[in-house]
Design a protein around this ligand. Structure first.
Ligand SMILES: [Zn+2]
Ligand SMILES: [Zn+2]
Length: 398
């Protein structure tokens, strides 16, 4: 073991930055991460890091394996990018038109790969814990790569006892980590409603049930029902993002399509909301002689950070020089939530903004923006955070 185990060699760091540039330049959409996966395997081969490919339930996922012992820690990094045309002007901008690493997954992959190479180079033989490096496809697209892997037996096959993951955070400066105990990110489900009426002349409303009137009542119900569906101290929302129907002033349309999103912080609230919508919306439609078909497409569940891991990791990050801040719950979602439902898990936000920008109150663009710029030095902090986390939590397993 080296004296200061947090020191990453400049050679490894420089190489890691070159991987980061390659990932950023060659983004691939969810479930299509073939070249990204091949690139990672090339690096693993170069450093003789064993891996399983393809990972259970996937075509592109990789499970890298390092260290010895009976205890094992899983670390997740996502492979996929987004259907966005990059406008950053970076010298290593995307060469794949219309696809961009706009969620920082290029940084997550690089940090995990850098961690594995660092550990392999400095202390492979003495590493008394098994590190399971999970390169996971399709975080950005349902049903989520995490679910596919877990359903295919990933946790049992590799005997994973706890899971870690980090996500870049442009709202926090580089060198800062954002933590949260308990439910952290919302469940996210898609709501689709078709309100069926009967088309006809607008001057004959007594003969033609108008789905637009039923829709007005349904939307009203959705917003009013939110008061009863959850505890006032628990964030919750149903928001309608789309209503489509009708063609002219004097025509009653055949149907109206409604679409929205449902976000909750508990499985109880989530299932109560689903039951309420499924039960009441058709009844409301009926009162207008219309029919409503309600379809809820289940997305990711609530991401819950383990309290014990929070208590271990927060002071550990602070001790090793990170600024650590408690951050509030987020209404966004991440399929890492599936891991957190199965085994103790911890997911933190890795600051990636330039401090001066925060001071000037003009932060860099946010995640999923075409002009998001994440600086290369975030990689170093990402590797360091993973190292600290492993060293800290491994004691909790013994
Ligand atoms: Zn994203
Ligand atoms: Zn992301």
């Amino acid at each position: 073991m080296i004296e200061n185990r947090w020191d990453i060699s400049p050679a490894i760091l420089n190489e890691a930055i070159s991987w980061r540039h390659w990932f950023h330049q060659h983004p691939e959409l969810s479930m299509q991460e073939y070249k990204t996966s091949a690139f990672i395997r090339q690096i693993l081969d170069k450093y003789e890091i064993p891996y399983v490919f393809p990972a259970p339930g996937t075509e592109t996922g990789i499970i890298a394996l390092l260290g010895n012992g009976n205890k094992s820690i899983g670390i997740r990094a996502e492979l996929d990018a987004l259907p966005i045309t990059e406008t950053t002007g970076l010298p290593f901008s995307s060469v794949n038109n219309g696809v961009m690493h706009a969620c920082g997954h290029d940084i997550h992959m690089t940090a995990l790969l850098g961690l594995l190479v660092h550990l392999k180079v400095i202390e492979d033989a003495s590493l008394d814990i098994r590190i399971i490096g999970i390169f996971q496809p399709s975080e950005e697209k349902l049903p989520g790569g995490a679910k596919l892997m877990i359903d295919a037996g990933l946790i049992e096959q590799f005997n994973i006892e706890l899971m870690l993951a980090q996500h870049v955070e442009p709202a926090l400066p580089i060198g800062t980590i954002g933590v949260h105990a308990g439910p952290f990110m919302a469940s996210s489900d898609e709501l689709y409603i078709t309100v069926q009426g009967h088309s006809g002349h607008a001057a004959q409303p007594h003969k033609h049930p108008n789905p637009i009137i039923a829709t007005a009542s349904i939307v009203d119900h959705i917003y009013k029902s939110q008061i009863q569906l959850h505890s006032p101290v628990e964030p919750f929302l149903i928001n309608i993002g789309k209503v489509c129907g009708g063609t002219a002033t004097n025509v009653i349309p055949d149907k109206v399509e409604i679409a929205g999103t449902i976000r909750t912080f508990s499985e109880t609230t989530r299932s109560n909301a689903h039951k309420n919508l499924m039960h009441n919306i058709p009844i409301i439609a009926q009162t207008y002689d219309c029919k409503a078909l309600v379809n809820i497409k289940k997305g990711y569940p609530v991401l819950t950070n383990n309290q014990g891991l929070y208590e271990l990791l927060k002071p550990a990050f602070q001790r090793e020089g990170f600024q650590v801040v408690d951050v509030p719950k987020r209404m966004g979602s991440d399929d890492f939530a599936y891991f957190s439902q199965q085994i103790p898990s911890f997911y933190w936000r890795l600051g990636s903004a330039i401090k001066e920008h925060i001071k000037e109150q003009s932060p860099t663009a946010y995640l999923h923006s075409s002009n998001l710029i994440i600086r290369d030095d975030t990689v170093h902090f990402g590797i360091k955070a993973l190292l600290i986390a492993i060293e800290t939590v491994k004691s909790s397993l013994s």
